[in-house]
Design a binder for this molecule. Structure first.
Ligand code: G3P
Length: 215
């Protein structure tokens, strides 16, 4: 499973890139708004650090505007993926942009039929938001399971980015289901490496090593 970082924070992106596990980045308008930076400069900086895909969201609502905005976003760097929220105007835009070779990440996916429509229109990625479904007492991971089954049934190569991840168990479940990608907040990736028995084991090895005669 590929690991994307769900952030627009350059420090976090650099840090995760140094860990050697970073396959891409996803941003959205809310994440960009948290950073005190000029939008285009920030995106170019992120695209320079990350070799893999970097999702940047279109905020237009009419197909022709989405297309125009997406072309501009895609021109910022070779690894830009344009995020388009699922809607009929977005599907129209996706069809045209996909034919032009622009990679689309269809976002705000909350049903498997939205994911099927997006794949048919030619999207490269879909982003089901599991945490926001959990928030309203729906099992978010069931949606990922449905989409994996449907795409497998029809040999669709659209990749599934499990988004709105809130805790390590979401990442485990995404991997168990066989999702292509998990886009993960920095704090959750940090938690993935931790285990108390590892810490106890390291302390023991280090204290025993002090007892070893070195010469
Ligand atoms: O990037 C989209 C998604 O991951 C948002 O997550 O936590 O705002 O629901 P959240």
């Amino acid at each position: 499973m590929k690991f994307f970082l769900d952030t627009a924070n350059v420090k976090q992106i650099k840090e995760a890139a140094d860990w050697g596990i970073l396959d891409g980045v996803t941003t959205n308008p809310s994440l960009i708004a948290k950073e005190n930076a000029k939008f285009e400069d920030l995106i170019k900086k992120i695209c320079h650090i990350v070799l893999g895909p970097v999702s940047v969201e279109s905020v237009s609502t009419k197909a022709e505007d989405i297309i125009e905005e997406s072309r501009k976003l895609a021109a910022l760097a070779d690894n830009i993926v344009v995020k388009i929220p699922i809607c009929l105007e977005g599907l129209k835009a996706t069809k045209i942009l996909a034919q032009e070779g622009i990679h689309i990440n269809t976002t705000l996916i909350f049903s498997s039929m939205q994911a099927l429509l997006a794949a048919k229109a030619g999207t490269r990625y879909v982003s089901p938001f599991v945490g926001r479904l959990d928030d309203i007492s729906h099992e978010g991971m069931n949606l990922v399971d449905e989409i994996v089954t449907i795409y497998d049934n029809y040999g669709m190569d659209t990749e599934i980015i499990v988004a709105s991840i809130r805790h390590p168990l979401h990442v485990v479940e995404a991997a168990m289901i066989g999702a292509d990608i998990a886009t993960i907040p920095f704090g959750v990736i940090e938690k993935l490496v931790k285990h108390p028995l590892t810490d106890i084991g390291m302390d023991k090895f280090l204290s025993d090593w002090k007892k070893v005669k070195k010469t």
